[in-house]
Design a protein around this ligand. Structure first.
Ligand code: NAD
Length: 475
């Protein structure tokens, strides 16, 4: 792990500061705001695991459910040696606000296991995962209608497959059991497009931000993604896919920063080639044609249009924020910007697209996966052929009426046969675009909010408040 990470105060404190800033603009009663802000419950586990040499190791783990205003609660499981209870609570709170911002009907939650996934064998991780799920089941902290985990940093499809398998083993015959976790492999009840959803969602968010001529002009940027110079921190799930979709839409990913250092190539880097080189040599440094930057954090300060922190929290701080040259910060990671840095970015006119909106693509598509699992059918399966046949009948009628025929290209463009991936991506784009517009409108209506983050928090608080007020208090 790099030693160049800026560690400032806790993420929990930061999230609460962002919340308080927006809450002060709402006029909701103090008690209601306190209820929205508080983490409803945190469960701590300590369980024994036997390693491959037969030694017993005690593992610490958590599940925090921040808000039950909508059920189930939802949030990833993080595997990290450095994670602690406060971080889990902060991440659970971000999930509540994130789901509200993008109208996903879940409360916020988060889980974590204190383990370094990179230094363990797959067998050891499997034992830990299955034992963790066993603890969750015993305490009713997992289930399609109660709490639905997903991947986060350090976990992925493989771990989610172990989660669903363990849950099903402990709940035989439960019809909706597949919906107990999202982010599963497609062959295990997952949904096409989930793995890349957070990165794809980030790029939909960026495209929508870059489509606002007024906002781009104010920052000396051209409209659109084409030609934008992008620096990405992290080349894991989020960073890799964000880079891929940026490149596919005409932007140039000029630098990647990872723990061992960073690489820079103003002509643009290909993420697959970088991953391949790193796999082969053990480092991104020395990538052919690129300049190596030994101190990873220096890459954050490179001259670029868009900076995508997609690794860890607390990366942009009061310390390095004055030296950040990007005009747009697109928050791929959760909590990458401290409130001190946020203040500096505001003063510098940097457009910060906040985590509670920008990286919501993962939970949006998790919602689609959950719906798929509950309906027990793949999206598009029932209507695909029916829709295509209906389109063809309409084309034939037009041809008969006009007496002229469509070309093959026109026919192909018109006839829509929606498949699962197409449906998922269009649902994701619709969600990200609509939420961006809602946030921007709030900012225009409430200039005191001053930035997109505060406007997004305002929207989230108002939506959660409405839910609580409608529900009342029981008993
Ligand atoms: P991951 O484990 O797949 O990737 C993390 C990446 O960060 C790796 O490339 C790692 O090398 C890099 N990294 C770690 N420490 C670093 C350092 N000091 N400097 C530079 N790079 C460093 O994790 P992920 O799933 O991509 O998640 C990354 C962030 O995005 C986390 O904050 C996570 O909470 C957030 N997030 C993830 C998802 C998702 O769907 N996976 C959804 C929303 C938010």
């Amino acid at each position: 792990m790099a030693t160049d990470v800026f560690v400032s105060k806790s993420l929990e404190e930061h999230v609460n500061r962002y919340f308080d800033r927006a809450a002060s603009l709402t006029g909701h009663p103090t008690g209601l705001l306190e209820q929205i802000r508080a983490c409803n419950s945190v469960h701590t586990f300590q369980f024994p695991i036997r390693d491959s040499d037969g030694r017993i190791e005690v593992v610490r783990a958590w599940r925090a459910e921040h808000s039950h205003h909508k059920l189930p609660t939802k949030g990833g499981i993080r595997y990290s040696a450095a994670v602690d209870e406060s971080e889990v609570k902060a991440l659970a709170a971000l999930m509540t606000y994130k789901c509200a911002v993008v109208d996903v009907p879940f409360g916020g939650a988060k889980g974590a296991v204190q383990v370094d996934p990179h230094s363990c064998s797959a067998e050891h991780l499997e034992r830990i995962t299955r034992r963790y799920v066993h603890e969750l089941v015993k305490k009713n902290l997992i289930g399609p209608g109660t709490d639905v985990p997903a991947p986060d940093a350090g976990t992925g499809e493989r771990e989610m497959a172990w989660v669903v398998d363990t849950y099903m083993a402990l709940n035989p015959g439960q019809l909706d059991a597949m919906a107990c976790v999202t982010g599963k492999p497609v062959t295990q009840g997952g949904i096409r497009g989930r793995k890349e959803a957070t990165g794809r969602g980030l790029v939909y968010a960026l495209a929508e931000a870059c489509a606002q001529a007024e906002d781009m002009e104010a920052r000396g940027l051209s409209v659109g993604l084409d030609g934008k110079r992008v620096v990405v921190q992290g080349i894991g799930n989020v960073g890799y896919h964000a880079a891929k979709f940026c490149r596919e839409r005409g932007a140039h990913v000029v630098a990647f920063a990872v723990p061992e250092g960073a690489i820079l190539d103003p002509r643009g880097l290909d993420e697959d080639a970088v991953v391949e080189h790193r796999k082969r040599t053990g480092s991104v440094l020395g990538f052919p044609g690129a300049t190596s930057i030994p101190r990873s954090a220096d890459a954050l300060e490179l001259d670029c249009d868009v900076l995508i922190p997609a690794a860890l929290e607390n990366q942009l701080t009061g310390d390095n924020a004055p030296r950040i040259k990007a005009r747009i910060v697109l928050e791929g990671a959760n909590g990458p910007t401290t409130p001190e840095a946020d203040e500096i970015f505001r003063a510098k006119g940097i457009l910060v697209i906040p985590d509670i909106y920008a990286n919501a693509g993962g939970v949006v598509v998790s919602y689609f996966e959950w719906l798929k699992n509950l309906s027990h059918v793949r999206f598009g399966r029932l209507e695909r052929r029916h829709q295509a046949a209906s389109d063809l009948r309409l084309l034939a009628a037009i041809e008969r009426a006009t007496g002229s025929a469509f070309t093959d290209a026109e026919r192909a463009a018109f006839v829509q046969a929606p498949d699962e991936l197409g449906i998922v991506n269009s649902g994701l784009e619709e969600t990200m675009v609509t939420a961006y517009q809602e946030i921007r409108e709030t900012l225009q209506r409430r200039p005191a909010a001053q930035d997109l983050r505060t406007a997004a928090f305002l929207n989230a608080i108002n939506k959660v408040a409405r839910s609580y007020l409608e529900l009342g208090i029981f008993p």
